[in-house]
Design a protein around this ligand. Structure first.
Ligand code: C3B
Length: 831
């Protein structure tokens, strides 16, 4: 409470709050102070890691100040707040991002250099915060950057996993997983708030009683209480003093150990409770686009949701406003169905704890929540067995049944004779056991549902949620095409291109308004500019070639066409099709004379990505890529025209090296399966062309950059069902070029072919569910067009420039403004 503070303290605080002079000398003073005090090291013994820590702590001091001022000013202004609930935040590294966003990079960089360190080496000491699997988690990170940069009063809520996504190493071409010990050293990017805690209960039973008004009230008495402790991660905006917060919860035991047991000498049992509590936030589930129904995962979800809602409600109650104002003060965005229990939890808080009537509470709930769907893959749809939910969360299960009952009553009123419709819309799947369909609950409990690209948003309305459209009308369903932050994905990852753009446009304004990149169009035929553009690309390719050499031992030629596919390994993403086409290319090269090979465009085909540890087929794809690489890379008879590389442990900071170096990248999912994709945007923004299917955001990228600057191929989404039907019930012959490749694998050309038969079987016995055979011919033709186009280097450069120039739409700033205006009704609030 400021008013009660000693005026001396207030005046000191205000002095402190004024931005210090962040010049080189002040930086160096702070650097040395942190080395000697925070790190307790001697100044005679500073290695790169200590230099990183001292720099990070100096930046952290700035961040904390801005963070405090932002929170203070939000408390005073009390605007409507936006809460982004995401089980994943794939932040990557923070130092470079903070330096750039706070505008400290130059002074601090000079300061570091002056003390005898290379800034690149210092930055390279940081371990990634890898609290996410892939696209969904990285999107959350980009959105936090935009929320901060656009001055929205927003909070992220997530879990502080002790172990993030596993580290991937290769052994004999197979993926092996290692734990991600990211917290083994101190983490300067989080502020432990050991005093901010929430008790979260599980299990137990529900008791009923009748209150003075004759209303039946429910009391849930859990039999297991776990403490959630807050860790705050400051997120600085670019070009603003606004610094927002991601609050990550860590699970701790309610009591340190069982004293009774301890005193009885049962030491192991005495600490068991503690260990079980800490298990909840121990590890991120490593599945992308795939539901695995583990009880611990459900516990994670409720633990996170309960702690977050408690925090949100506590903040609202402090303002003294009536409950009816809650939806005017609070917008909660559900990042996929993972946080859907928040809907039920808020209803429980309002009805059971705050004593609101059911309908009044439900109206508040549905005006508060909005839901983003990120996939239509059936295996990704979350559903939890009713007995599991009833056991862990008995009151929530009752509330879900009531929500469903009232919902279905409304459906029945509108469609009195349609029993099938009731079964299709029900939140409960009537199987043995019954299941709670989380997507249905999320739709019923939200006022808006959005998909993440035009095609995807249309598909959810015509496929998985079509019956909901019947009931609610289509206005409840909308599209917000994904976006990426240009701060990390151009400014930070590709400093040379960023500088070139800034120089030619005359300002850094493009970092705040990405559409201003369109001014680059007029330089697409400027000889001098093109030369500079090529120089930048070339130096990024050299940087990647060095990285590849260090991490795989393979030497690649930076003059070759760099062809990249980096993303989670998944059948629907079709890395398998890519490597099959590589074999086809290899065989064609071998058939050529060396004169013929002289005319061939040299290619380096680069793969990267993790497979979920339990995803057998995906892991075989990795093995096949490595087996092919081994044969191709040492075959001298093809004159260096082809190299194949698998870069291990693909993550955010590796992406920052790979993406700026691409000539072409592949986004080749079976049409209709990739909801949006976001790396496609990152590659094109960095002047890389793409080869893609008519899927997800590829379609909108195509619309923006034009026919001449993209290579599209393959069947369309609306043909997929018919093609699958044909595979199932007719004898569709395999594409002949594909059959040759299969024969080649089966002949043992790439090692023991029996290893790969489960993979080959997906094409045959598996009825080629992802339609590799159907797309193979047009894929190869598109590849040929790429080669032809690359031969004309000058025109390729023109295309590359136009790509970057036309990517304005895909800034996450645009996406966040759409959410704010069309879904949250939230306004910026600057500090
Ligand atoms: C992903 C989708 O697979 C991508 O197409 C999409 O671009 C991103 O989300 C962001 O919207 N996704 C994911 O990473 N994990 C899921 N469980 C579901 C979707």
């Amino acid at each position: 409470d400021q008013a009660s503070l000693d005026p001396k303290i207030v005046s000191l605080w205000e002095k402190c709050a004024v931005n210090e002079n962040n010049d080189k000398e002040n930086f160096q003073r702070s650097f040395v102070r942190h080395v000697t005090t925070t790190l307790a090291r001697s100044v005679y013994n500073i290695d790169n890691f200590s230099a990183y820590q001292a720099t990070a702590h100096t930046v952290r001091d700035q961040l904390i100040k801005q963070w405090n001022e932002t929170q203070q000013s939000h408390t005073e202004a009390d605007p409507k707040r936006v809460y982004y609930l995401s089980l994943e935040f794939l932040l990557g590294r923070s130092l470079d991002n903070a330096l750039l966003n706070l505008g400290l990079k130059e002074n601090f960089g000079e300061g570091v250099k002056d003390l005898g360190f290379r800034m690149e080496d210092v930055l390279d000491e940081e371990v990634d915060a890898a609290l996410g699997n892939g696209g969904l988690g990285r999107l959350a990170a980009c959105y936090m950057d935009s929320l901060a940069s656009l001055d929205y009063p927003a909070w992220g809520y997530g879990l502080r996993y002790t172990y993030g996504i596993f580290q991937q190493r290769l052994n004999d071409g197979y993926q092996v997983e290692f734990p991600d010990y990211w917290l083994n050293f101190d983490n300067p990017w989080e502020l432990p708030r050991l005093d901010v805690t929430v008790d979260v209960q599980f299990g137990g039973s529900v008791n009923k009683y009748t209150d003075e008004d004759g209303r039946v009230r429910h009391v849930w008495e859990g039999n297991d209480v776990i403490k959630a402790v807050a860790y705050d991660v400051p997120i600085p905006g670019y070009g603003t003093k606004n610094c927002i917060n991601i609050r990550l919860w860590s699970s701790k035991p309610k009591r340190q150990f069982d004293l009774g047991r301890f005193n009885a000498g049962e030491y192991e049992q005495a600490v068991q409770e503690q260990m079980q509590a800490e298990n909840i936030t121990a590890v991120l589930y490593p599945n992308d686009n795939h539901m695995v129904g583990k009880e611990l995962r459900l516990k994670q979800q409720y633990f996170w949701v309960a702690a977050s809602l408690h925090d949100i409600v506590r903040r609202f109650i402090k303002t003294g406003k009536p409950w009816s104002k809650f939806p005017d003060q609070v917008a909660i965005q559900l990042n996929d169905t993972h946080p859907t229990l928040a809907i039920v939890e808020l209803q429980r808080i309002l009805v059971d704890l705050e004593g609101l009537k059911w309908d009044e509470a439900w109206d508040i709930v549905t005006r508060t929540f909005a839901f983003t769907n990120h996939t239509i893959l059936p295996e990704a749809m979350e559903k939890w067995p009713v007995p599991m939910v009833a056991y862990l969360l008995p009151r929530h299960m009752q509330i879900i049944f009531d929500v469903n009952l009232f919902f279905l009553q409304k459906v029945e009123k509108l469609f009195p004779d349609d029993r099938d419709l009731l079964a299709k819309l029900s939140i409960i799947e009537e199987a043995t056991p019954q299941f709670v369909r989380m997507a249905h609950l999320a739709i019923v409990g939200s006022h808006q549902v959005n998909g993440v690209a035009e095609l995807h948003s249309n598909l959810i309305k015509t496929t998985i949620f079509k019956d909901f459209v019947k009931f609610y009308g289509s206005e409840k369903f909308t599209n917000v095409t994904n976006g990426i932050t240009p701060r990390r994905w151009l400014h930070q990852a590709n400093p040379k291109l960023g500088d070139l753009i800034t120089e030619v446009l005359g300002s850094k304004n493009w970092l705040k308004d990405l559409s201003s990149l369109n001014q680059l169009e007029k330089f697409a035929d400027d000889k001098e500019f093109k030369k500079q553009w090529v120089t930048v690309k070339r130096s990024n390719k050299v940087r990647l070639a060095e990285y590849i050499k260090t991490h795989t031992g393979v030497v690649v030629n930076p003059n070759a066409l760099f062809d990249i596919q980096v993303k989670r390994i998944h059948e629907y993403k079709r890395q398998f099709m890519n490597i099959l086409s590589v074999i086809h290319r290899y065989n064609s090269l071998k058939k050529m004379s060396s004169e013929e090979r002289c005319d061939v465009v040299k290619r380096v085909i680069i793969f990267g990505g993790k497979a979920a540890p339990g995803y057998y087929i995906a892991k075989l794809v990795i093995k096949l890529i490595n087996s092919v690489a081994e044969v191709v890379n040492k075959d001298e008879s093809i004159d260096d025209t082809l190299k194949v590389v698998f870069i291990p442990d693909y993550n955010v900071s590796v992406a920052e090296i790979i993406i700026p170096a691409s000539d072409i990248s592949q986004h080749i999912s079976t049409a209709g399966t990739e909801a949006s994709g976001t790396s496609n945007m990152k590659f094109v923004l960095n002047g890389g062309l793409i080869l893609g299917t008519v899927d997800g955001a590829n379609i909108e990228i195509h619309e923006e950059i034009g026919d001449d600057n993209i290579f599209m191929f393959g069947n369309l989404a609306d043909q997929v069902e018919d093609l699958r039907h044909a595979h199932r019930y007719r004898n569709v012959p395999i594409d002949p070029a594909l059959q040759e490749v299969i024969n080649d694998i089966e002949s043992g050309h790439f090692g023991d072919s029996r290893i790969f038969s489960p993979l080959i079987n997906t094409l045959t016995i598996g009825k080629d569910y992802y339609l590799i055979s159907d797309d193979f011919g047009s894929y190869l033709s598109a590849q040929n067009l790429v080669d032809e186009a690359y031969k004309n280097q000058d025109d390729w450069t023109r295309k590359s420039i136009l790509c970057t120039a036309r990517m304005g739409k895909f800034s996450s700033d645009r996406a966040i403004k759409e959410y704010a205006n069309r879904i949250w009704n939230a306004k910026p609030c600057s500090t």
